[in-house]
Design a protein. Structure first.
Ligand SMILES: Cc1ncc(C[n+]2csc(CCOP(=O)(O)OP(=O)(O)O)c2C)c(N)n1
Ligand SMILES: Cc1ncc(C[n+]2csc(CCOP(=O)(O)OP(=O)(O)O)c2C)c(N)n1
Ligand SMILES: [Mg+2]
Ligand SMILES: [Mg+2]
Lengths: 337, 384, 384, 337
């Protein structure tokens, strides 16, 4: 018995559990932390990310908000202005549009316009991403809007380890952060993993090389990391060695890791499920071409969603989104360039 | 006065005489009084139809035939039937997630079994549900996000209360053209906390636009009770902040809903402006079918039982009995009330109701899925 | 009862007994009754100070010394002075474009000539106006968009009504910490049409947060009259939609404003929740100084004349005379009312008022402009 | 007398007058056109773009709206859904954030989700741009958000001729359009020009070559076009021949004109006053590098606002914005690459 208690069997945890742990551990460690959002209390959130949180920390620290995203963001700013650390949930990241002004004009700029007097530790997080049949309003990846709005951290984890470590880092960072959770990964058992017992963070602005390779660099984040990894496996069979980079945090971006990879491969493909025009794939391509032009032996490639909304029925949805096949084909063309 | 009101209705001055805007809990009775026996029986049938649509879809979903979330309108059907029954073919509506039956019930009066109407056909609605190309939107957006310019149904996004300003614009245009159309928008009580609700109703109030905003107060917004979203005693009190009438209807009584909504509609049509009609009801199940289990945890069983006590089908049947429009035997033919999808069978519903929906489902199943390439189409209208 | 109310005030039950939320046109008199002679004279001086700030800035702008738009608070000063006078040092405020004097008037009671207070110093405010590094925001954002966490003033963006949810969050945090702070937010009547106004006040109402929302109803939102933005008889009626009290104050009478705002503040402080205080006033000039000429076109001269008839300085002076707090001679010493910047001279204001502002301007002129490189700084807090 | 009447002296018209003419001519020609916005009626708009319009067309067609941007956009959608052509004014383009959801989720997607049944001829226009001391909330160029939201035309004229012709084209296009007017150009007399007497449009998706050159291509739009032209003049003195392209319409983008120029110069600098990350400068760089890589003899360059808000006081404002000097310096480096 004693032995069992002192060395519990470590179980693999999924992405959702990792997020839950991050929030409840931070809540426990930081008495000045508050969570707010729609249905996060009694219900525990639409996806259960805050399940049990209100039981543990009470209705004052875990607030069931009216359906009012501008009030949610605005109140988060006020709470943070008065000393609190805030986790604000968007039921789906798509609905962030309803609180958009409060994010880009009120929250993002507060530190800037007060010349540093005020900083806002607010993480706005929510389920994002397509491939699940969620249609136009439950599938968005709208991270580019926030990357174009100075003053916001923008983060998107793809693994349970990162989900927990990045969320903790974001909550402690002291700056407002838009935290994109990939809902299709929430309960994906294949990616479940054993998490450290001890407190840890994954620093913002540090990319992860998910697979090493020498012929072409595939850069991605979120769900598309798995498309890239699958493509890399297939490419290997075809004799092409692909390196896969998961940037994890968009703002700040770890350019060094990308450039280092490019120095090996001299070829880059950026994969991302958001619309192409002014999306983050283009940002990476621009950084690479303006700053590491000489490393390029072939034109960089963007594989993104077509410039369309995300349609509902499966064939249409898949048609507009990046696929393993599109990545493989592009990589083959690129290495032959 | 053939119909009994279920609430303690007091006679109010006629609309034109009501000068102080505010709550009118009880509208005049004149609208329900003008319903014929045929009307009443038709509304009764429509309640069965709405219920059957729900029950059947849950069954189909359980059989793995449907994708997406089912937002049941079980126990709330009287709001749809009662509010749609009196509309004209020129009127517009804007239903939300919980109102799927509204699409085919619209302007269904006397002809709900016909195919060509001002609402969408059951074939179109089923094609949408099954994700087929004969959906009016070719199944590009999901579930309740359909509509039709031709049939005067506004397409919603998911963003709650987001169609109210659109509705206001639609009737503004109609009024410019000399029309007398009214638009009826549907929203949950939780959605009244949205900023756009305020902006749009306020705009409509300033311009006295014919916008009727129905609040389906089913006591819960997903997992959040009404008291955490709204601090007024009644949600209809929101109207006071805009200087417009706020009506309260018994959402379980199709005739009371008809009464109050028609009061609001004719108030609007006559140029007196927008109003809010709160229909008090109760959400029978979870928020969506994925939430059924949890909804039994965050909601008190006693509350659920109480909320489902007055099934709109039963309430309507009793009125028809009281009026002598149906016999005791007829009344016992189809007992659908209170039955969840797992309990209900086709025998609990009038055969024409079952046939009607079957015709829609059959059509849908024969309709092809859209081609993948359609995903890339219609981002822009091609310029001239 | 030394002070006469200018409105026909009726005694109301005390707050705790008022169960039905809604408009309370007249608050109890007890708050104004507790003002001492010293208080009253202080408020009178503060009216001069607010007016002088405005008059002087217009002069400075005309001389080409200032950039940006001047949003004059001329004729509306009683709202600022009356609402700020009773606040505690722990209370927060959130002024808007027309409320520049609020920054230094905050917590000015008895010590407005001192340098170190809970409001911003006149040096800081002038440094902001002149775009100098000693502005609390180092002149990074313009004009009224200053504030201070330390001094409990929320920084606004330009987006109207946008600070109300922030204010709600601030006092939520304070309440968590066991504090009893109240936040007073200022908004024009036109801004009450914004969605975020609704979302924030509704949230505050649900949680009974101590948020007092002052509506400066100056009849015009830029070039749009109040009737095109709000359909209720009084803008305070907005309160009814949230189930909270709505007070109406005579915005020209500093003591009436004090009365109503203190009623709202103590209602809030005692945990009973938010409220709206409409202060009826009139915008003396154009929306901003760029609009002065046009404002004489889109507004009726008779309306302007009528709206400026009851200058808050004159109204206050009369009260002081009636109370015997000043003599007839004293009353005639400084006649600033009705005078535009071009007409007014320093002699129209008490010398300590002129000195006070001068000290701020002198300080500001000696303060350097920020270095260009600061433009690239403070986008993010550096991580630990 | 008769001669004078038949051949009136043609006066040069400024950018603001050109916009006014476009709106009033379209209103006169199209009885189904409606204008709405804050203070556009009795006041004639904050900048006077709609001056006199309500007198000519009445309060029903020229609507003074409450201060409620979501209602303005939503009502515009409804009006267009029911057959109207709509001009909606944002008093400043910065305030579009308050109606953001209605733009990106309701309006932009309407055509897509109805499979073409509905199209919305709505132009949302408003004053934009920095360099005028407007500070954070009266200086924005937030066009990238809309370029990343499929279904919207995005347009930004830099001359009176284009202002009139593009606004007319946008109003007739049948698709929703976000129309960025450069308020610093409204009354700039140096750019006033004689406009055609006859009705004309400038088609969307057609760039203009403002100056021909052979050594480097400067691509821009809006106010920055003038920075580029000035830089080109200075560069000429230094022996560098710069071609200046004004793209005018961002979505759709005239790639051909850019590529054709690049075929001559093989060097490109994109100038734009919006924040760099995920801005439209990066989009152009990405299009060029992914589609015309072989035309590049030097790394493309982005000259944009720093990733900061627009600060108020002049030295700070100019510090963060593109300047003629930065363009000249970059061009010199690029041609020497
Ligand atoms: C702007 C926005 N925020 C959040 C949601 C997520 N959401 C969907 S339905 C719902 C609850 C709606 O409650 P209510 O308005 O009462 O309608 P009901 O479902 O009870 O019929 C929520 C929060 C949404 N769709 N849109
Ligand atoms: C969200 C938003 N929309 C529009 C504006 C432009 N604007 C600035 S002040 C103003 C009028 C405000 O009127 P009101 O609220 O009555 O305040 P007042 O100026 O009369 O004090 C407008 C429309 C803005 N600042 N923010
Ligand atoms: Mg509900
Ligand atoms: Mg006003």
């Amino acid at each position: 018995m004693a032995a069992i208690a002192s060395a519990p069997v470590q179980t693999k945890k999924n992405y959702l559990t990792a997020l839950k742990e991050a929030i409840s551990e931070e809540m426990a460690a930081n008495g000045d932390m508050v969570c707010l959002g729609e249905d996060i209390g009694q219900l525990g959130g639409a996806f259960g990310v805050t399940e049990g949180l209100q039981d543990s920390f009470g209705t004052q620290r875990v607030i069931d908000m009216p359906i009012a995203e501008a009030a949610i963001i605005g109140a988060s700013v006020g709470l943070a202005l008065n000393g609190k650390t805030v986790m604000a949930e968007m039921q789906f990241i798509d609905f962030i549009t309803c609180g958009f002004d409060q994010i880009v004009n009120m929250m993002a700029t507060y530190h800037y316009r007060t010349a540093g007097e005020v900083n806002l530790p607010v993480v706005v997080r929510g389920p994002a991403g397509a491939y699940g049949g969620g249609a136009l309003y439950h599938s968005q990846m709208n991270e580019a809007w926030f990357c174009n709005s100075p003053g916001l951290r923008v983060v998107c984890p793809s693994t349970p380890y990162d989900a927990k470590g990045l969320l903790k880092a974001a909550l402690r960072d002291g700056n407002p952060c838009i935290f994109f959770e990939i809902k299709e990964l929430y309960r994906r058992s294949e990616i479940a993993e054993i998490l450290p017992e001890d407190d840890y963070i994954v620093p913002l602005g540090k990319a992860a090389v998910r697979r090493e390779g020498t012929d072409v660099t595939l850069v991605s984040y979120g769900q598309n990391v798995y498309h890239c990894l699958q493509a890399a496996t297939e490419l290997e069979k075809l004799g092409v060695s692909a390196e896969v980079i998961d940037i994890r945090s968009l703002v700040p971006l770890d350019e060094e890791t990308i450039f280092a990879s490019l120095a090996k491969t001299n070829r880059i493909i950026v994969v991302n499920e958001a619309p192409m025009t002014c999306g983050f794939a283009g940002e990476i391509v621009s950084r690479v071409t303006t700053k590491a032009f000489d490393l390029l032996d072939a034109p960089p490639v963007r594989i993104t969603r077509l410039d369309t909304p995300v349609p509902w029925v499966k064939p249409l949805e898949l048609f507009v989104l990046p696929s393993v096949e599109r990545i493989v084909q592009s990589a083959l063309q690129t290495v032959r360039y | 006065m053939p119909l009994q009101t279920t609430t303690d209705a007091a006679e109010l001055p006629s609309h034109d005489q009501v000068s102080d805007p505010g709550i009118r809990h009880f509208a005049t009775k004149r609208y329900r009084d003008s319903l014929t026996k045929e009307d009443c029986l038709e509304m009764f049938r429509q309640l069965y139809l709405a219920r059957y649509f729900d029950v059947r879809l849950i069954k189909e979903k359980k059989r793995g035939r449907l994708r997406g979330t089912l937002y049941s309108s079980h126990n709330q059907e009287a709001i749809l039937v009662g509010s749609l029954f009196g509309l004209r073919s020129t009127d517009w509506i804007s239903p939300i997630h919980r109102d799927m039956p509204a699409f085919f019930l619209k302007d269904a009066k006397f002809q709900w079994a016909e195919l060509d109407r001002m609402g969408l056909s059951i074939q179109q609605v089923c094609s949408q549900v099954w994700g087929r190309v004969d959906s009016p939107g070719r199944a590009r957006d999901n579930w309740s996000h359909i509509g039709s310019k031709e049939k005067r149904i506004i397409h919603s996004t998911s963003m709650l209360a987001g169609t109210i300003p659109v509705a206001a614009g639609v009737v503004y245009a109609d009024r410019m053209n000399g029309g007398d159309a009214v638009v009826v928008t549907y929203n949950g009580e939780g959605s009244t906390a949205q900023g756009v609700f305020h902006e749009a109703v306020n705009f409509a109030a300033v311009h006295k636009l014919p916008v009727v905003t129905i609040i389906e107060n089913n006591q819960w917004a997903y997992g959040t009770p009404v008291r955490l979203g709204c601090a007024t005693p009644d949600v209809a009190d929101r109207a006071k902040g805009f200087g417009i009438p706020g009506y309260i209807a018994d959402g379980q009584d199709v005739f009371d809903v008809y009464d109050k909504v028609m009061s609001a509609v004719e108030f609007a049509r006559s140029g007196q402006g927008p109003s809010i009609v709160e229909c008090k009801t109760f959400r029978a199940y979870g928020h969506g079918d994925h939430d059924d289990d949890r909804a039994n945890k965050y909601r008190d069983p006693a509350e659920i039982e109480h909320g489902r006590l007055r099934d709109p089908i039963a309430v309507c049947r009793q009125s028809l009995l009281d009026l002598g429009y149906i016999s005791a035997e007829e009344a016992e033919m189809f007992i659908a009330e209170g039955k969840n999808a797992s309990e209900a069978t086709n025998e609990d519903f009038p055969p024409e109701v079952v046939d009607y929906l079957n015709s829609g489902i059959e059509f849908a199943l024969a309709s092809p899925q859209p081609e993948a390439e359609e995903g890339g189409m219609w981002v822009f209208k091609e310029s001239k």
